[in-house]
Design a protein around this ligand. Structure first.
Ligand SMILES: Nc1ncnc2c1ncn2[C@@H]1O[C@H](COP(=O)(O)OP(=O)(O)OP(=O)(O)O)[C@@H](O)[C@H]1O
Length: 254
């Protein structure tokens, strides 16, 4: 049964006189992938930043499994189960793909986040890390230093790190941006696989209509920082608010 995992209540942030996120109250359920859409400047990234703790809110609250996390740091939120892809990238650009994933697994296992404690004998960490590497089809790059990866493979690594972390709330911000048509399906398949985890909630900021159509169970629309629509994809996409909000803007295919 789907249950609420993440809740924002009247979540608001002001930059000077500008209200970038305006009293957004929304609940995100387990087993649900919610696409967050809206025109440029609508507040999508800022809403993400408030949920993951990148910026403090001016008003309102964020709760994870009914626990108030509004004043917690990014690290505390990550520990409790908020997982945002980019937070984890380039942790150690001079370490290999496998080593980076192993560090996340090590930290998740409660053994601290200490790269100096790494040793090849840590088979119990290397094996699950290698499984993740294979799952995201980075096996050929497992020993490659992260800084030298192609853009597409760096994006795959973002997803890999998140899978290794296995948070309660997966947050993806345009996960296939800048990827080639050959590379994007791997990432989309991985996100689709995550949907089988019925005890997790997935949030996805996305402009590409085909991606939304394939993955979303629900769409919320932000407009001028406020929640303008919320519902199943077919209903929301056909709504006046979406048609008016975009009017030939960047949401592809509307
Ligand atoms: N740190 C900041 N200081 C001042 N204004 C900001 C700051 N961050 C965001 N804004 C403003 O808040 C509004 C929302 O921006 P945000 O980046 O969240 O929109 P978005 O929906 O993610 O847009 P895009 O699709 O272009 O990424 C914009 O008007 C932006 O200029």
């Amino acid at each position: 049964m789907s249950h609420p995992i993440l809740k924002t209540q009247d979540l608001t942030v002001r930059f000077g006189g500008h209200v970038a996120v305006d009293h957004i109250s929304c609940t995100f359920n387990a087993g649900e992938l919610t696409a967050i859409v809206g025109p440029n400047g609508a507040g999508k990234t800022t809403y993400f930043n408030l949920i993951s703790g990148q910026i403090p809110s001016s008003e309102g609250s964020v709760a994870l499994n009914d626990r108030d996390i509004t004043r917690m740091s990014v690290a505390q939120r990550t520990h409790l189960g908020i997982g945002r892809a980019f937070q984890l990238t380039n942790l150690f650009p001079n370490l290999s793909v496998l080593e980076n994933i192993r560090l996340v697994i090590q930290s998740k296992a409660g053994r601290g986040f200490n790269m100096f404690s790494m040793a090849t004998s840590h088979d119990d960490l290397t094996r699950p890390a290698m499984e993740v590497v294979e799952r995201v089809r980075l096996a050929d790059q497992a020993d490659q230093v992260v800084a030298e990866l192609s853009h597409g493979n760096q994006r795959k690594l973002e997803v890999a790190l998140l899978i290794a972390l296995d948070p309660l709330v997966y947050m993806f911000d345009e996960p296939t941006a800048g990827m080639s048509v050959d590379e994007a399906p791997v990432v989309l398949d991985l996100i689709a696989e995550l949907k089988h985890r019925k005890d997790r909630s997935i949030l996805l900021v996305e402009h590409k209509m085909d991606v939304i159509r394939t993955l979303a169970d629900r769409i919320i629309v932000l407009h001028n920082g406020a929640l303008a629509a919320d519902g199943d994809p077919a209903t929301v996409m056909a709504s006046d608010v979406v048609q008016e909000a975009y009017m030939g803007k960047e949401l592809e295919d509307v």
